[in-house]
Design a protein around this ligand. Structure first.
Ligand code: SF4
Length: 432
């Protein structure tokens, strides 16, 4: 039976046009109705060399539904190659061409010999959300563009994490993961954001391994690359935030890459010394304020719900109430993610609910006794609710309307400190 989705937290698979846009000089070509790009585009941080307003689109209409839209797709690709200077052209299909059965793959194959690569990803909205669409885009690059390489570059690691634009912190988070990995003496390779793009895509097959930092998004891509390109992968499920998780992360990556243990410990010690120096200076605020209650709730995608729950429990000693994962996590991944929520320090365990219905989530939060002011980190939808409960609120997940994020990050030691600053900035305002 059809479900009503109250308070939508993601977009349809065609929203992955933002993943393409995040690859410097990659151009999405939309084979879709004329309204799709406009509905799916964000005004936040998405202008630039290419923006949703100029993405070539077939704008298919009633006539194309009856007679098929392949001719239009052919001419749109042809003209995009002529007039838009890009390094990679990615055709994304919306609902209508897939319902009427346009063979977009066949049309794209006609451009095999063009000067610039043209690939395509099936991203009809009815196939899933933009987390899935993001995977489809990476899959298309692996399947249709990359080739296995016999040449390997020592220490080269492809890093995959985060869905660009869906998470406003995507750029800063990726850059921080790169920094952490390079401190181990490895060479990080990512494809999204400033100064990456096609050159970095070309390096993917030369990597010694893929590092996936995500509870589930991208796991299918890792498996595909292992099969097709012979690249092994390390799946690290928790976004490392703060000292506890970042230490674990560095040790696990170091072990997988064969980095000298002492070297890893030295990196961790240098960071921890500074991290705990900062925490110590504000210990009074953390321990003696009466406005950050011990119990907290996250309403976020699996990445932040898990990463921040571990951070707040392990580093700040707060106690998890129920946590809500709102990214429509595939059912076959839920058990292992649930197990991670039970793997907290101090014998703590967090109850987790995979729920996309905002109404139900809000009812549960309202009916829970937080024994004081609740601390709620979630989407903008939770702001009013938290105010009605006289709680403390931080907008960390989609939709974000409370914060402008250029390259801020919640990853690593510095990311943990940023998150503490943000949470306690909310708290100290209550003293005024
Ligand atoms: S659900 Fe279909 S029609 Fe709607 S925006 Fe997505 S691709 Fe376009």
């Amino acid at each position: 039976m059809a479900k009503l989705l109250d308070k939508q937290r993601y977009k349809c698979a065609l929203g992955a046009m933002q993943s393409v846009q995040a690859i410097t000089r990659a151009l999405p070509i939309l084979h879709s109705g004329p309204g799709c790009a406009q509905k799916l585009s964000e005004s936040i941080g998405s202008s630039g060399y290419f923006s949703p307003n100029i993405f070539p689109c077939t704008s298919i209409n009633e006539k194309d539904v009856v007679f098929g839209g392949v001719k239009k797709l052919n001419s749109t690709i042809e003209n995009a190659l002529k007039v838009v200077d890009a390094d990679l052209y990615v055709v994304l299909t919306g609902c209508i061409p897939e319902i009427v059965g346009d063979d977009s793959g066949e049309v794209v194959s006609r451009f095999e010999d063009s000067d610039k690569p043209v690939i395509y990803a099936p991203t009809a909205g009815f196939k899933g959300n933009n987390y899935k669409g993001h995977e489809q885009v990476v899959d298309a690059i692996v399947e249709q563009y990359l080739k296995k390489s016999e040449k390997k570059q020592k220490g080269l690691v492809n890093i995959w994490a985060d869905v660009p634009y869906q998470d406003l912190f995507w750029l800063g988070n990726l850059r921080e993961l790169e920094k952490l990995v390079s401190e181990l003496g490895l060479i990080p390779n990512t494809i999204f954001g400033y100064n990456r793009g096609i050159e970095n895509i070309n390096k993917i097959p030369e990597a010694e391994f893929n590092l996936l930092v995500s509870p589930w998004v991208g796991l299918n891509n890792m498996k595909k690359m292992e099969r097709k390109l012979g690249i092994p992968y390390l799946h690290y499920k928790t976004l490392p935030i703060g000292a506890t998780e970042t230490g674990k992360f560095l040790r696990e990556v170091g072990k997988f890459a064969g980095v000298d243990e002492q070297k890893v410990e030295n990196v961790i010690k240098e960071h921890e010394d500074y991290y705990y120096y900062l925490i110590e200076r504000y210990a009074d605020l953390f321990l003696e304020n009466r406005v950050i209650n011990k119990q907290f709730t996250l309403v976020a995608d699996a990445q932040y719900a898990l990463g921040i729950t571990k951070f707040l429990a392990n580093d700040l000693g707060l106690v998890p109430a129920k946590q809500f994962v709102v990214d429509d996590t595939p059912k076959n991944r839920r058990e292992e993610i649930t197990a991670e929520f039970k793997n907290l320090n101090f014998g703590l365990e967090a109850e987790v609910s995979f729920e996309t219905d905002g109404y139900k989530i809000h009812e549960e939060i309202k009916n829970h006794d937080y024994h004081g002011y609740p601390l709620i980190l979630g989407g903008y939808y939770e702001k009013e609710l938290t105010e009605s409960l006289k709680g403390n609120f931080l907008n960390i997940s989609y939709p974000v309307q409370d914060k402008v994020v250029l390259d801020d990050s919640y990853v690593g030691y510095t990311g943990g400190i940023r998150l503490i600053e943000d949470i306690y900035t909310v708290a100290v305002q209550r003293f005024n």
